[in-house]
Design a protein around this ligand. Structure first.
Ligand SMILES: [Zn+2]
Length: 310
């Protein structure tokens, strides 16, 4: 997420149970009803969102690991933690490595077995700026991302969504930002960029209300509008056209509709004070409940509608 000064300047801008390896750590509130064979009807109902689990992820990233600068060991540690969590829910994962700032950064990509390749990307960045533990920017987004993966594992929406933790979102010594998401978009290839339904970036969602559904306006706004219209049935939302401030940027620049969920600026942004203690847990919860409401309604018809607007 860009430094406040620049943005300020601009604004105003995946059978069940043992069918796929070890029993997934899902704490299911209902046992999965069907196997994960291709074409089998998956359970529609999502599990309940747990803010307790989400906050455990925030603790691990912001307190256990701390500042996670791109292409440095702490970002790598974060990527391993996140990949392990995805796999523990039953997802398949791959790590996309890429070079930045004279080192290696990574994206962690997770998908449910037999899921569609070009549905909706739901993602968030795992890196932080120097000296900031990044509880809000962006352990809060990664925590909601992991919870969305857990609650939709072996459920219908998992067949249409790819969960991605991006590296190197923050500006680096190469003077660039959003390197991980740009790599993801590049590696989609021409066909993949044409077919991908859309992208949601969950970035800095733990300190502020209403929750903002923001888009750069560079691509059709159908995903931003749909996410906004669904989620506002559940939580207080606002809609905004804003700067290329998060990982939705590279997708929208490639013509792929995107949205960036964000709780707005707060004084700890990019500061050493962006700690677990300064996070508004109820705002993390608000985002989790609101996005679960949207995710539950993701279906093939919606993805086709997103594709049609190009
Ligand atoms: Zn951020």
């Amino acid at each position: 997420m860009w430094s406040t000064a620049i943005v300020g300047l601009l604004l105003a801008t995946a059978c069940a149970d043992g069918a796929i390896g070890p029993t997934p750590d899902l704490a299911t509130d209902r046992t999965p009803s069907t196997s994960v064979a291709a074409g089998t009807q998956l359970d529609e109902e999502l599990r309940h969102y747990s803010n307790e689990r989400a906050m455990k992820h925030v603790e691990k990233l912001a307190r256990g690991i701390g500042p996670r600068v791109r292409a440095k060991p702490a970002e790598w540690k974060a990527s391993r933690y996140i990949a392990r969590k995805f796999r523990s829910y039953g997802y398949e994962t791959k790590v996309q490595k890429f070079s930045v700032d004279g080192g290696t950064s990574r994206n962690v990509v997770a998908w449910w077995p037999d899921s569609r390749k070009y549905g909706l990307v739901v993602g968030g960045h795992m890196d932080t700026v120097r000296r900031s533990p990044g509880a809000n920017d962006n352990a809060s987004g990664i925590a909601v991302l992991l919870e969305m993966a857990r609650i939709s594992a072996d459920r219908e929406p998992a067949r249409l969504v790819r969960f991605v933790a991006f590296g190197a979102e923050e500006f680096g010594t190469n003077g660039q930002h959003h390197n991980g998401s740009q790599v993801y978009v590049n590696r989609l290839g021409k066909g993949g960029r044409k077919w991908l339904g859309g992208m949601v970036s969950i970035d800095m969602v733990g300190n502020g209300r209403p929750l903002i559904a923001a888009t750069t306006g560079m691509a059709p706004q159908v995903v931003a509008r749909t996410v906004y219209n669904k989620m506002r049935n559940k939580v207080a939302m606002s809609y905004r056209i804003t700067c290329d401030c998060s990982d939705n940027g590279p997708f929208e620049r490639a013509g792929i509709p995107g949205v960036f969920l964000w709780s707005g600026f707060e004084p700890n942004h990019h500061e050493p004070t962006d700690t677990v203690a300064n996070l508004e847990q109820k705002h993390v919860r608000r985002t989790g409940l609101g996005f679960r409401y949207f995710l539950k309604r993701v279906d093939l018809g919606m993805i086709r509608r997103f594709r049609r607007v190009r």
